[in-house]
Ligand binder design. Sequence first.
Ligand SMILES: O=C(O)CCC(=O)C(=O)O
Ligand SMILES: [Fe+2]
Length: 398
Amino acid sequence: MLRPANSSNTTTSKAKVPTLPPLTLTTPESVAEHTPCTMHHSVLPPELACRLYYTLLFASRDWQRTKWWLVDRIVESSHSSFFYKRAAHDGDGADDMKEAAQYWYNGRPTEAPPTFPPPMEEACQIIEQVVNAEMHKRKRFPLEWGGYPANEGEEPVLWRANVAASNCYAGAKESVGFHSDQLTYLGPYPTIASLSLGVSRVFRLREVVPLEDRDKRAARTYNIPLRHNSLIVMHASTQEVFKHAVPPQNSIDMFHPPYPPPPELTDDQEVLARLQEASNARINITFRFYRPDFHSSKTPRCKCGVPCILRPDMKNRYEELPSAPQAASIADASGSKGSPTSRKPGIKTMVAKYWWTCYAGAQNDGKGCGYWKVMDVKAEGRGPFVGDVAAMDVQTTS
Ligand SMILES: O=C(O)CCC(=O)C(=O)O
Ligand SMILES: [Fe+2]
């Protein structure tokens, strides 16, 4: 039987959700309004930004494109990357990270990375202040890192970087596809500070709409042009709710470095002269905090004997809470949105779930063991979390 157009009698096919046109966000205000990120322009003194750009552009001649197995073929990333660790702070537990055997990448043990070159350390100290100032203004999620205890009368340091992943995109076609960052060493609800140097490129964000909302609303794509010396802070929940990418472009504006290169980079005058020419490269540095309670020695291993990776379950973000007391504790431990008093049994609330999964397939001819288990922060002895710290505060003040 024929049905009139727009008939609501659609028992088998779901109503099509209208797609949303992409939005370009060019101001810090619009980025903060539409995404869990903040954008900060001219974040470093201009001379430092340029010196750091030269230092990493020079270093990037030795960086590698990463390769991994995708089902039955090897894929190679279309840009090059490198990894640095920061010289350890006293008493922050980062000392253990010096051990070469503790580093794993794409399911393979790797050598201990080098420490931040001097301009990266200088930049990191400035960026930490920006990130902490921003985090002090924001609502925090219970599963975020609980931080180090503050000294009397001092503001607590909510975030600091102890590693950095760096990327070089040489030309308009080098890119990175949609992904969310692995949480294996970052833990849930991480904060990641991403610095852009050189050529301006678009940073793209798109929400992963939970399965149960897919017939109600579509995801919006946000395009954020990132100019030289700008910082995007991916705040807590960005990795759980959004995927991000740096797409290939049809054209770019060449970058003209505003200062000469530091002569200490190399004795080779020709190389120095070439570095100063207009460039098609964008350098990105993502400053990250590897949590001590997610140290690789504590990563569960799969049946292949390889450390698992930690991923959020982005598609099933909502869960029906079972009963009142249990419901409150699940929500408290899992970063639920909304006030604690609004959590009632039977009401769908945001309960982030995380999976440990086998990653051996990334290197092992694409064949992993299929192992997975749900992360259980209590049984695995992880923390302190923001939720634990808040609970301790309540106890000491009552
Ligand atoms: O280059 C960028 O802005 C993003 C890099 C990125 O997503 C990553 O390193 O995980
Ligand atoms: Fe990323």
